[in-house]
Ligand binder design. Structure first.
Ligand SMILES: CSCCC(=O)C(=O)COP(=O)(O)O
Ligand SMILES: [Mg+2]
Length: 228
């Protein structure tokens, strides 16, 4: 029996183009100035150090750090210091009303219904927990943060690694077979399945598809019978 749902964001409950065409360009446009102006703030200084470690250049100048970050945005790399900085940068955009967090209407309705039915909802995204909070606080449906019991990002590990799902299971009061993980990305679903979770793929856009996991095209097709 499914008692908890862990959902991915991009491609699952949020349109990919919102992330790729709005959030990522906004971060790229504001990154250099943000890092330069905030480099001494602890939450930014920590990420600068992490970038230098990632590029194995402990004495890299700030310009090299910024170049590395911009390159990672262009390649959609899910590297933790980049994802942490993006969350900090997007805060201004959300607060100024430059954009709102896209949530598919069927996803919003599904999540609200599942919560009302007593299932616990969690989020696991490559976007930082800060970025997740912002997207849900400033969502198209208003502040939907109360739907979720907890949020996980790449601090528990990469989304294509089995150990990350085991780390999440160690932090929630549910057994693996009581949990379903929702994602559009096969490698993430494979990793969650290897950790013992149920899985469900969303076929919304043109991601790689396979019938190795149950799948739906949107949440109006959700049915518990998918998992027996
Ligand atoms: C939390 S909104 C920003 C999403 C993001 O930065 C990202 O990389 C999306 O990854 P996901 O794991 O949600 O597919
Ligand atoms: Mg996704």
């Amino acid at each position: 029996m499914i008692k908890a749902i862990i959902t991915d964001i991009e491609g699952t409950i949020t349109r990919i183009s919102f992330v790729k065409d709005i959030l990522f360009p906004y971060a790229a446009q504001h990154l250099a100035q943000f890092v330069e102006q905030n480099q001494d703030k602890p939450e930014v200084a920590e990420q600068i150090l992490a970038v230098k470690a990632e590029i194995a250049q402990p004495n890299a100048p700030l310009s090299s750090v910024i170049d590395a970050l911009l390159g990672w945005i262009a390649e959609d790399k899910k590297i933790t210091p980049l994802k942490q900085l993006q969350g900090l940068i997007w805060q201004t955009g959300y607060q100024q009303g430059d954009f709102t967090g896209h949530i598919y209407p069927d996803a919003q309705q599904f999540l609200a219904e599942q919560k009302a039915d007593g299932r616990e909802l969690y989020v696991y995204s490559s976007g930082s927990v800060k970025a997740q909070h912002l997207l849900f606080e400033y969502s198209d449906f208003g502040d939907i943060r109360p739907l979720f019991a907890d949020y996980f990002d790449t601090k528990v590990g990469g989304k294509k690694e089995q150990a990350s799902y085991e780390n999440i299971l160690a932090q929630v009061p549910f057994a693996a077979n009581e949990v379903v993980f929702l994602s559009d990305v096969l490698a993430e679903l494979d990793a969650a399945k290897a950790a013992g979770m149920h899985t469900l793929q969303l076929w919304r856009d043109d991601q790689a598809r396979s019938d190795t996991h149950p799948f739906i095209e949107d949440f109006t097709q959700f049915n518990e019978a998918l998992f027996v």
